[in-house]
Design a protein around this ligand. Structure first.
Ligand SMILES: [Zn+2]
Length: 315
């Protein structure tokens, strides 16, 4: 009850990790996610159901609702946001532990930079296809993610769930391993932490656990070079998924009701809820969030996304 955790990304791993933590009675939990629930998520994302997908509820909102119903005795908060260098400290700093529920290495390296710079523990977790891995990172004591990924032998998961898919059982297994380490850390049983990179493949049955040494020349935990946190690696437009582009217009908030009335009649399939607005301009589907972010489905070309943004949302 005295501990606090922030889960970054509430897809499959994040959703299961958050549910396990809430059921365990972690006193304060924040879930940060930038997306909304889609029907294809339901095969593995255990906190969401068909009505969340039908109504395109943001995952942070749906998660908060479900988590509160699981345990009303703790403080649970869902935040609709895309973690980036400018909001990392504000979203992460007041928690004892950060859990990885993200789906990309750019955000993980940003979390790693923040955690190492703030000497805060975090737990890396990833899964794709039938394979997944997890490692607890305690800055100064263990290897960090940059030690693992940026050294000569380092190698992450290059495929993504959008290109090859992912099985429900592996994400739930990885989330369980992640939370087991979290519970040791939060309850002060640090001696019980195994400090190993654990990887499993539920298809082949291969399970592996290796000790990862610190890289004596590590950019982050040795040289204190936090390039991801300083924002050099964060572009304004990012690819997300197989056929989508995201535009980050962070400087401004949008009035979704005004936008909706302006767009009605000129775009197809216009739908909205309190948090987002979605519409179709064939062959594209656009989803606009109140913080000015927009996701364009149907293209991987940033120029097309920028042009659509300017035309329909405003430049
Ligand atoms: Zn390192």
């Amino acid at each position: 009850m005295a501990s606090s955790v922030v889960v970054v990304g509430c897809g499959a791993i994040g959703a299961t990790a958050a549910a396990l933590l809430v059921r365990a009675g972690v006193g304060r939990l924040r879930v940060v996610d930038r997306d909304f629930v889609e029907p294809s998520n339901l095969q593995r994302q255990m906190l969401f159901d068909e009505s969340d997908a039908r109504e395109a509820v943001p995952k942070a909102v749906a998660a908060e609702r479900k988590l509160r119903a699981l345990n009303s005795g703790i403080s649970t908060e869902g935040v609709i946001a895309d973690l980036y260098p400018g909001n990392a400290a504000q979203l992460l700093s007041s928690f004892d532990l950060i859990l990885d529920g993200t789906d990309n290495f750019e955000t993980r390296l940003l979390i790693n930079d923040f955690a190492v710079s703030a000497a805060k523990p975090w737990i890396y977790a990833a899964a794709v296809a039938s394979y997944g891995l997890t490692m607890t990172i305690r800055p100064g004591s263990t290897a960090c993610l940059a030690c693992l990924l940026e050294s000569e032998s380092g190698k992450g998961l290059e495929e993504t769930c959008d290109t090859v898919g992912v099985l429900g059982p592996i994400v739930n297994l990885i989330a369980s391993l992640e939370v087991a380490e979290a519970l040791k850390l939060l309850s002060g049983r640090e001696a019980a932490l195994h400090d190993r990179l654990v990887s499993c493949d539920v298809w082949s049955g291969r399970f592996q656990s290796i000790r990862v040494g610190r890289d004596p020349d590590c950019r982050a935990c040795v040289h204190q070079d936090f390039s991801y946190l300083q924002g050099e690696a964060q572009p304004q437009v990012t690819l997300c998924g197989r056929d989508s582009v995201q535009i980050h217009e962070r400087a401004r908030a949008l009035n979704l009701a005004v936008l909706r009335s302006r767009l009605s009649g000129t775009v197809g399939d216009l739908r909205s809820n309190d948090f987002l607005l979605r519409f179709r301009v064939a062959p594209y589907e656009m989803t606009v969030f109140a913080d000015g972010r927009a996701v364009f489905k149907g293209t991987t070309d940033p120029a097309v996304a920028r042009s659509l943004y300017a035309r329909y949302i405003g430049s």
